[in-house]
Design a protein around this ligand. Structure first.
Ligand SMILES: Nc1ncnc2c1ncn2[C@@H]1O[C@H](COP(=O)(O)OP(=O)(O)OP(=O)(O)O)[C@@H](O)[C@H]1O
Length: 818
C-alpha cells in the first residue's frame, strides 16, 4: 500500500524478478482458491469468531493486523466482517469507538484480494466515502497500516487540497480510493480516464451523515456513476434503517448489524455522562473555571459556531489559562486543521475548542473530557461528539451544558435514544467570573470586540435556526447577559422576523453547514460553483444586509456610495457558517440603497431601448459619451462604481477673471491676433519689461507698508513703557504682574516683535529690551519679585504707587509689616 496518490505495487525490471513474480502469482492463486472456499464455508449465524485469526483472511492482512497489535475482534467486527466477506450488503450501527473502521476495511482488502482486483489495469475496485477530510485521512492511515504487509493494491486519498491535475494522474491507477463526496464527484465528472465501471465495493463511513441533506446531491450523483452490481457497506454510530436510503443506494437484502441494541445504551459503557444547568450568560465563566480546575487533562469542547470557537480561543488565550489551547473549525485552511488534529492527538494535556467538524469519527487518543458548551442540535450529534472520549473500552467523561430552557426537551430526547446521563452541580466555590477580563480585553482590542460581536450573532442565529423548537426557543435566553459575558457593552442588534421560523426552509443540519463551509475550495466548492453565478466582492457588498448590526457608520458609507466592500471582515461575515439564504429569512434589517443612489449612478432613460443591434445605450451621469451595453460583461460594469468612474469625464481646472467669466488655466490665443502684435522675441522682451515694472512697483509698496507697520509697533511699545512708568500696572490675584488691558494679546505682541527684530534697520528706533518682563524664565523670577517689592505689594488687586514722600514710605512699611 502506498502513500496518497502514489501507485504502489512491484515493478519487475529484470528477468529473474519476473520469474519470481510469476511464482508468487501462482502461490497467490492457490491461496485465493483456498480462501474462497473458506469464505463460502462461513456460517455467520452459527459460527462464533473471537480473534482475527479465526477468520479466513489472506496472509498480508493477517500480518498487517498482527503488526498493528489487533488480535481480538470487537463486537461489531466479529459480526460484520464474516457477513461482509460473504458479499452481503451491510447496514452497520455500533457505538462510537467500537472499531467500525476495521469492520469495513478488512472486507475491502479481502474481497478485492480474492477477486485479484489488483494493479494499475484493474481499475477502481473499492470506493470509501467519508464526510470530512480529517476522517478520510484517518481511514486511509488505518488502511495503510494493515495493508502495507504484502498487499499490492494501489490506494489513494482524494480530499482536495492538491491540484486536480496531480490527483487526476494518480487516480486512474488506483484500486482503492478514500475520499470526501465533493472531490470524488468532481473527479468522476471531470476526469475522463477515471474508470469506475468495474467497482466492486462502495463504503460509506458515517453513512447517516453522508446521506443527509448536506451531501445528498453529491452522493446521489456519485452513485449514478457506479455500477449497480456491487457490494455496499454503510456504517455509523447512529445508523437508521431508512428505507429511502436503501433504495437510493440500491442495497440488496442488507444485513442489519446493530451491536448496541443488546446492552441497551447507545453510548459506551466506560463513558460517564453528566449535564449541568448553565444559563447562556454563565457559560464562559463556567468553562473557564472548569479548564482552570483540569489543567492536566485532555479536553475537547464543542461549540455551535466557528466564530464562537475563534472568540473563545482568542480570549482565553489572552488570559493565559495554563494549558495549551487549540482550535479547529471548518473555516480554517486544511493545513491548519491537520496541524491541530496532529497536535491534539499527540498532546497529553490540552484543550481543543471545536465545531462539529471534529464531532464524527476522529480517533484522538486518550481524551479525558468532552464538554458540549453549546447544546447539540440533536441526540445523534450528542452521541458523536461525546464519542470522542471513552473509545475502545477506555474511560472518559462527557459534560453537557444545558440552559434551563433546554433541559427538559433535551433530556427527554436523550432518554428516548438510550443515552444515560445524570445531573451534576458546579461547585460554586470553584467558579470564577471572567466578565471583567472580557470587558477589559474587548475594550483594549477592537478586533477581539468585533470577533465577540460576530460570535454573538452566529451563536444567536444558530439557536434561532434550530429546528427543534421545543428545546431551542430564542426567547428563553438572556441575550443581553450573554453579550455582557463576552465583554460586549450591549447585545448587537439583531432583528428577528415576525414569522418565527414557520417559514424557515427545513433546517439544514448545523454539521452540514459547518462541513460544507469547511471545504470552500475542495469538497463542495468546485461542484457547487457551477450552479451559482460568479459573485464579485462588489456584488456581495450590494447584497449585504444587517450591516448596522455591527456598525452604523457602514450603512452611512454605503448610502453615500462610498463603501468599497473590500474589508477583511466581509468574507467572514457573508461567508459564515450559516449561508446567505438564511440571512434573508433571519435578519429583517435590509440595506436600503435608493434606486437613484444605488452606487452606480447609472441612470437608465428612454434611450435605454436598444438602438444598436444586440445592445442598448446607457447615459451615465458625469460622462460625456453614452456607453453601449451589448454583453454581460458590460452589463456588470454598470454595477461597478469603480469601473464607472473611469468612464466619467475628468474635471477641468478653471480660473475666473474680474468679470466673473471662467477661463481654462491655459488658453491659447488665436495665431493671427498673436502675430499682429509683433515678432515673438519682441513680445517676450515687452512682457519681461512690463513684468519687471510691476514687480518694482510692488516692491516699493511692500517696503512702505513694512515701514509703516514697524513705526506703529514702535509707537505702541513706547506707549506701553510710558504706561508702566506712570504706574498703570496691576498686581493680579495670583501675585503676578499684569498689564492693563490694551485689547491686544501680549503673547501675540511678543511674537510679532521678535519677528521684526531680525531685520531692524536704521529707521527703526532702538528697542528697550523689556518684552521679557511678561514671559520670564525661572531665574528672572527674583528680579520680578524684587521689583514687586519695590512697587510695594500691599494687598491683592490694590494699585500701588511709588512712595514719594517720607509719609508714603512710612505708610508702605507699616503695610508690609502689618
Ligand atoms: N480489534 C481491535 N483491537 C484493539 N483496538 C481496536 C480494535 N478495533 C479498533 N480498535 C481501536 O479502537 C479505536 C476506535 O476505532 P474506530 O475509530 O474504528 O471506532 P469507530 O467505531 O469508527 O468510532 P466512531 O463511531 O467514533 O467513528 C481506534 O483507536 C482503533 O485503533
Amino acid at each position: 500500500m502506498g502513500a496518497p496518490g502514489v501507485v504502489t505495487g512491484r515493478t519487475r525490471p529484470t528477468k529473474v524478478k519476473k520469474q519470481a513474480g510469476v511464482l508468487k502469482r501462482k502461490r497467490e492463486d492457490v491461496d485465493v482458491e483456498k480462501l474462497e472456499q473458506a469464505v463460502v464455508d462461513i456460517d455467520p449465524k452459527n459460527d462464533k469468531y473471537t480473534n482475527f485469526t479465526d477468520l479466513p483472511l489472506s496472509d498480508p492482512t493477517k500480518q498487517g493486523l498482527k503488526s498493528a497489535h489487533f488480535a481480538v475482534m470487537t463486537d461489531v467486527q466479529a459480526t460484520a466482517i464474516p457477513l461482509a466477506l460473504k458479499g452481503h450488503d451491510i447496514l452497520g450501527a455500533a457505538k462510537t469507538g467500537s472499531g467500525k473502521t476495521l469492520a469495513f476495511l478488512i472486507p475491502v482488502l479481502e474481497n478485492l484480494y480474492r477477486l485479484q482486483h489488483i494493479g494499475t489495469d484493474a481499475g477502481l475496485g473499492a470506493l470509501i466515502i467519508s464526510p470530512t477530510r480529517e476522517l478520510a485521512i484517518q481511514i486511509f492511515d488505518v488502511l495503510c497500516k494493515i495493508g502495507r504487509h504484502g498487499h499490492m493494491f494501489a490506494a489513494g486519498l482524494v480530499i482536495g487540497g492538491k491540484s486536480l491535475e496531480s490527483e487526476r494522474q494518480a487516480l486512474t491507477k488506483m484500486n482503492i480510493l478514500v475520499g470526501t463526496p465533493g472531490r470524488l464527484l468532481q473527479h468522476l465528472s471531470q476526469t475522463v480516464a477515471f474508470n469506475v465501471d468495474d467497482l466492486k465495493m462502495l463504503v460509506l463511513d458515517e453513512a447517516d451523515r453522508i446521506l443527509d441533506m448536506g451531501f445528498q446531491k453529491d452522493v446521489d450523483a456519485i452513485v449514478e456513476y457506479l455500477p449497480k452490481e456491487r457490494q455496499t457497506l454503510l456504517f455509523s454510530a447512529t445508523q437508521s434503517k431508512k428505507v429511502s436510503d436503501l433504495a437510493r443506494l440500491s442495497l440488496q437484502e442488507p444485513e442489519y448489524v446493530s451491536v448496541h441494541a443488546e446492552d441497551r445504551t447507545a453510548t459506551p459503557k466506560s463513558l460517564q455522562q453528566n449535564y449541568i444547568i448553565c444559563p447562556i450568560e454563565e457559560k464562559l465563566d463556567t468553562l473557564w473555571s472548569f479548564i482552570q480546575a483540569s489543567k492536566k487533562s485532555k479536553i475537547l469542547c464543542f461549540f455551535s459556531s466557528a466564530k464562537m470557537v475563534r472568540f473563545v480561543y482568542e480570549s482565553f488565550r489572552h488570559m493565559q489559562p495554563g494549558i495549551p489551547l487549540l482550535h479547529i473549525h471548518g473555516r480554517q485552511k486544511q493545513g491548519a486543521r491537520l496541524d491541530v488534529t496532529a497536535k491534539f492527538s499527540a498532546a497529553k494535556a490540552s484543550c481543543l475548542f471545536a465545531t462539529d467538524v471534529a464531532a464524527r469519527g476522529l480517533d484522538f487518543p486518550a481524551v479525558d473530557f468532552v464538554i458540549q458548551v453549546d447544546c447539540p442540535e440533536d441526540v445523534d450529534t450528542y452521541i458523536h461528539r461525546v464519542g470522542r472520549t471513552a473509545r475502545y473500552n477506555r474511560e472518559g467523561r462527557g459534560v453537557l451544558f444545558l440552559a434551563p430552557s433546554e433541559e427538559e426537551g433535551m433530556l427527554k430526547r436523550l432518554e428516548n435514544k438510550k443515552v444515560p446521563i445524570e445531573l451534576i452541580n458546579v461547585r460554586q466555590k470553584k467558579k470564577q467570573s471572567i466578565k471583567s477580563q472580557m470587558v477589559h480585553m474587548c475594550f483594549k482590542d477592537p478586533e477581539l470586540k468585533y470577533l465577540a460581536q460576530k460570535a454573538f450573532i452566529t451563536s444567536t442565529k444558530s439557536i434561532y435556526l434550530q429546528k427543534d423548537k421545543e428545546i431551542f426557543n430564542i426567547k428563553n435566553y438572556d441575550l443581553e447577559g450573554f453579550a455582557a459575558s463576552m465583554g460586549l457593552p450591549g447585545a448587537p442588534k439583531i432583528k428577528f422576523l415576525k414569522d418565527d421560523g414557520g417559514n424557515q426552509p427545513k433546517q439544514q443540519s448545523r454539521q452540514k453547514v459547518e462541513v460544507s463551509d469547511s471545504s470552500d475550495e475542495e469538497e463542495v466548492g468546485a461542484i457547487k460553483a457551477k450552479d451559482k453565478p460568479v459573485r464579485t466582492k462588489y456584488d456581495r457588498m450590494f447584497e449585504r444586509q444587517n450591516q448596522d448590526v455591527l456598525a452604523d457608520h457602514y450603512k452611512k458609507l454605503v448610502r453615500d456610495g462610498d463603501g468599497d466592500g473590500t474589508s477583511a471582515e466581509e468574507d467572514d461575515f457573508t461567508g459564515g457558517k450559516l449561508g446567505a439564504k438564511d440571512d434573508d429569512d433571519f435578519l429583517a434589517v435590509k440595506r436600503r440603497i435608493p434606486a437613484e443612489d444605488d452606487g452606480t449612478n447609472a441612470q437608465l432613460n428612454d434611450e435605454d431601448k436598444p438602438i444598436v443591434p444586440g445592445g442598448r445605450v446607457v447615459h451615465i451621469a458625469g460622462a460625456s459619451q453614452p456607453i453601449i451595453i451589448d454583453s454581460n460583461r458590460r452589463e456588470k460594469l454598470l454595477k461597478s462604481k469603480k469601473k464607472l468612474t473611469k468612464l466619467m469625464d475628468k474635471g477641468k481646472k478653471l480660473i475666473y477673471d474680474e468679470d466673473g467669466n471662467s477661463h481654462e488655466v491655459y488658453e491659447l490665443e488665436d495665431e493671427k491676433a498673436f502675430r499682429a502684435k509683433g515678432l515673438p522675441e519682441e513680445q517676450r522682451q515687452k512682457f519681461i519689461e512690463s513684468a519687471r515694472e510691476v514687480v518694482a512697483q510692488a516692491d516699493v509698496e511692500d517696503k512702505a507698508t513694512a515701514k509703516a507697520k514697524r513705526k506703529e509697533k514702535a509707537r505702541k511699545r513706547k506707549e506701553r513703557e510710558r504706561n508702566e512708568e506712570t504706574g498703570i500696572a496691576e498686581v493680579d490675584e495670583e501675585g503676578g504682574v499684569q498689564i492693563e488691558d490694551t485689547g491686544e494679546d501680549p503673547l501675540a505682541n511678543f511674537l510679532a516683535d521678535a519677528a521684526y527684530s531680525d531685520d531692524d534697520d536704521e529707521e527703526v528706533e532702538p528697542q528697550p529690551k523689556k518684552a521679557k518682563k511678561w514671559f520670564e524664565s525661572d531665574s528672572e523670577g527674583d528680579e520680578r519679585s524684587s521689583k514687586k517689592r519695590k512697587k510695594g505689594k500691599k494687598s491683592k488687586g490694590t494699585v500701588v504707587t511709588e512712595p514719594e514722600t517720607l509719609e508714603d514710605m512710612e505708610a508702605l512699611a507699616a503695610g508690609l509689616l502689618g
